[in-house]
Structures are given as C-alpha cells and as structure tokens.
Design a protein around this ligand. Structure first.
Ligand code: DQA
Length: 149
C-alpha cells in the first residue's frame, strides 16, 4: 500500500465556481473524492489537504516526510513564485508530481515558469480533474519501480 498526499494550494477551494471557463465546474471535494477512489484501485491510501497559506503548505510537505510515500501537488499560483515551496520539496525527499488543471504553458507567460518542476519527478497539466488521476498513476508506477509499494 502506498500512502499519497494530494495537496492543493491557494484558491483551489473555490473550484466549481472559480473561472469555470478555465478550470471547469468540478469542485475540489469532487476531485478529492475522485483521488481517494482512484487511489484505492491503485493500492494507494490517499489523504488530502488544501490551504491558501504558503506556510501551511510547507508544513504539510514537512509532515509528509515521515508519513507519505508521495505527493500530488497543485500549488496554484505559488507554483510560479515560491522558492520556499521548492526548497521544502527538496528537503522532504518525498517524490512529488506537479499537477495543474489548466495547461499552464498555453496561458500567460508568467505561468510558464514553475519553481516546482525542477524538484518534481514530473509535471502533468491541462487535463482538468484527470490531471490528478494521471498523477496518481504516475506515482504508483514510480514507487513500484523504487520498490516502495
Ligand atoms: C493552476 C494554474 C495556476 O497558474 C493558477 O494560479 C492556479 C491553478 C491550475 O491548476 O491550472 O491557481 O495551478
């Protein structure tokens, strides 16, 4: 069994009503439920956490160090700004898959830069809620290869 944390950053609590033309109408709760059920079919125990605060996200990454085998991270806008989150991921030594609902590379230039990507094992973006499902599958395969589950 793999323990996976699905970690969501700022403004993602508003999914469903927030810019539906960009992010769709799926709520964060629906995404979290999807992750729990899809994770089960992969032999993964999924827990989830969302915060609008950078420090709380960093604390969650630190806590994952001893408790989790992997993290699916949508850092929202902190993706494009946060050296602190990048350092937290480097320090935690837990594999992270970066996800985004939207295709950040097809949007404004400031969204093309990710501080998460260099310290993640990979990035999945542009598939809406399915980005999370693909990230869980990617972590499952990665951890099996590493012999962690
Ligand atoms: C996002 C993309 C970010 O650029 C944006 O700031 C978000 C959501 C996504 O899931 O597409 O808050 O991470």
């Amino acid at each position: 069994m793999q323990n996976i944390l699905v970690l969501n950053g700022p403004n993602l609590n508003l999914l469903g009503t927030r810019q539906p033309e960009v992010y769709g109408r799926t709520t964060l709760q629906m995404i979290e439920e999807l992750c729990v059920s899809h994770g089960k079919s992969n032999g993964q125990t999924v827990t989830h956490f969302q915060s609008n605060h950078e420090g709380a996200l960093i604390d969650a990454i630190h806590a994952a160090r001893d408790a989790q085998d992997g993290i699916v991270l949508n850092a929202g806008a902190y993706t494009h700004t946060s050296v602190a989150l990048m350092d937290a991921i480097s320090s935690a030594a837990v594999p992270v898959v970066e996800v985004h609902l939207s295709n950040i590379h097809a949007r404004e230039p400031f969204r093309h830069k990710s501080y998460i990507a260099p310290v993640a094992i990979g990035q999945i973006c542009g598939f809406g809620a399915t980005s999370y499902v693909l990230a869980l599958d990617a972590l499952a395969a990665h951890l099996r290869k590493e012999g962690a589950g």
